[in-house]
Ligand binder design. Structure first.
Ligand code: SAH
Ligand code: SF4
Ligand code: F3S
Length: 471
């Protein structure tokens, strides 16, 4: 495991990139046509947000952002390392760009994101992917102009890890949507759940200044953004690195004061740190959506201890019950890992029992994937894939029943939906999401990015159908 991202967080001002931006722009301007940049993104919303910064910086240096790799002059692959499959997908995408580099030797390929913070992956890229020009760790993504300049000017490969963990403000952001946006409020994670690679690849927790976050959200609301998600690996840790005690519930309350027509979401919350004070702020707020993502991971106390999660079933249910009491229409979603090392059949059944008790609206479920360098990867008692896969099928079957029952309770009710325009799979249908993030289909045309009130007449586990009452 690389030590790169284990160091203490330092919050410092980012280096000024202006000279590099100007130099790369000069390269771009000297060409007869605008150079093109393609960004491919894997992983979570944090990576999606980072990709918007990568594209913003590239645009700022004179690149046109394109949606296909063919014909691009710069390809940035933003990778995820959360499971083996995610890394394999990213590496296979990079493999497919080899022929593009052969056709166009001036093409620059850079690999960004969580995967390249691991030394063994950088070694692999160095040896097996010689056509990759640079790797860029998430903690220094604001340095893209510098890396590009060095590759262009010196023609050298850059394959170093980074020790620096900054909160870099001011990178231009090229937002994908005109009505839905995410805002990172903090970076990194201090929790070291025993299965998880994130603390090693994203470094220690560091919070952005409240004023910077508030200004960004204000600006988004003023530009007409309707759905804003605050991002962090554990948003409940927001502010723990500050000395004035300003914490996440306060930030949420301050953001809620911003006037405008918008909804606030946040993710992710760690059950050990989710507090009643936060639920109270949500209950009293005007803009915070009644939805909560609270990853349970497992239903057995012994497994939760082995996972280093620092809560048990009782503590989890305590905060869950409080949420449901204070905000009766709240939608709660969760993450579950099946087949954690040593998980017995009886312990897996405890997870099923928790699902029945918690009645999640939706879950994201994963088969445990050993991550090199994490404690769980070297535990005795790794579970064979067939056993985990069979458990996963049972988990999904049960969750389908629960989600369907939860959605059926909405039949006959009117919900507010943010339209996403015409459905990608059926040109005669429109689609959108409720404040609780549920997918709704309807026939009446409602422009993308506009709210509509939809009366639900049919429900399944993953979607709702209805008629627009008012838009
Ligand atoms: N910070 C968030 C989650 C980030 S990762 C949190 O603490 O909840 C998203 C999800 O991926 C995790 O909640 C977990 O369920 C899953 N995950 C993380 N590491 C994994 C691994 N090694 N194998 C399988 N799933 C994993
Ligand atoms: Fe990973 Fe745990 Fe941190 Fe979430 S809280 S990112 S699961 S270490
Ligand atoms: Fe993947 Fe990194 Fe997110 S490992 S899940 S992209 S924080």
């Amino acid at each position: 495991m690389s030590e790169n991202c284990k160091g203490k967080a330092s919050v410092s001002a980012a280096l000024d990139m202006t000279p590099y931006i100007d130099a790369v722009r000069a390269f771009s301007d000297a060409r007869t046509c605008k150079p093109r940049c393609f960004v491919l993104t894997f992983g979570c919303q944090q990576n999606v947000a980072d990709s918007e910064k990568l594209a913003g910086m590239a645009e700022n240096m004179g690149y046109e952002i394109v949606d296909a790799p063919e014909g691009a002059d710069l390809i940035l692959v933003n990778t995820c390392a959360i499971r083996e499959h995610a890394e394999q997908k990213a590496l296979s995408a990079v493999g497919q760009y080899k022929h593009l580099k052969e056709k166009n030797p001036a093409l620059i390929i850079g690999i960004c994101g969580c995967m390249v913070a691991q030394e063994h992956r950088r070694e692999e890229i160095k040896k097996s992917y010689p056509y990759v020009s640079f790797v860029l760790c998430t903690s220094v993504i604001y340095r893209l102009p510098q890396y590009l300049f060095e590759v262009m000017e010196k023609g050298k490969r850059i394959l170093r890890g980074e020790e620096e963990h900054t909160v870099a403000e001011g990178a231009p952001i090229r937002r994908e949507s005109t009505y839905r946006a995410s805002v990172s409020i903090m970076y990194g994670c201090n929790n070291f759940c025993s299965y998880c690679i994130v603390p090693y690849v994203r470094g220690r927790e560091r919070s952005r200044e409240p004023a910077a976050i508030i200004a960004e959200v204000k600006d988004l609301v003023a530009k007409g953004y309707k759905d804003i998600t605050l991002l962090g690996q554990n948003v409940n840790s927001y502010g723990k690195d500050r000395t004035d005690g300003y914490a996440f519930p306060q930030l949420l309350a301050d953001l809620d004061k911003i006037e405008g027509d918008y909804t606030l979401h946040f993710m992710t919350s760690h059950p050990k740190d989710a507090t009643r004070a936060l639920v109270d702020v949500m209950a009293e707020s005007r803009h915070v959506a009644h939805s909560f993502h609270l990853p349970l991971q497992a239903g057995s106390d012994r497994i939760l201890t082995l996972m280093n999660r620092h809560y048990d079933r009782a503590k989890y249910l305590d905060i869950l019950d409080y949420m449901r009491e204070k905000i009766p229409d709240i939608s709660v979603t969760s993450d579950i890992i099946v087949g954690f090392p040593t998980e017995t059949e009886a312990e897996f059944e405890e997870t099923l029992e928790m699902l029945r008790r918690a009645r999640f609206d939706m879950i994201y479920s994963f088969i445990y994937s050993p991550r090199k360098g994490t404690p769980a990867a070297s535990m005795e008692g790794q579970i064979p894939h067939e056993v985990s896969a069979a458990r996963m099928n049972r988990l999904l079957a049960l969750q389908n029943e629960i989600a369907e029952a939860a959605n059926k309770r909405l039949v006959g009710k009117t919900v507010r939906v943010l339209s996403e325009g015409v459905s990608k799979t059926d040109a005669t249908t429109y689609t959108g999401r409720t404040d609780q993030n549920k997918i709704v289909f309807f026939k009446e045309p409602v422009m993308e990015g506009e709210w509509a009130l939809v009366k639900i007449d049919r429900a399944a586990a993953f979607a709702l159908w209805g008629e627009v009452e008012k838009s």
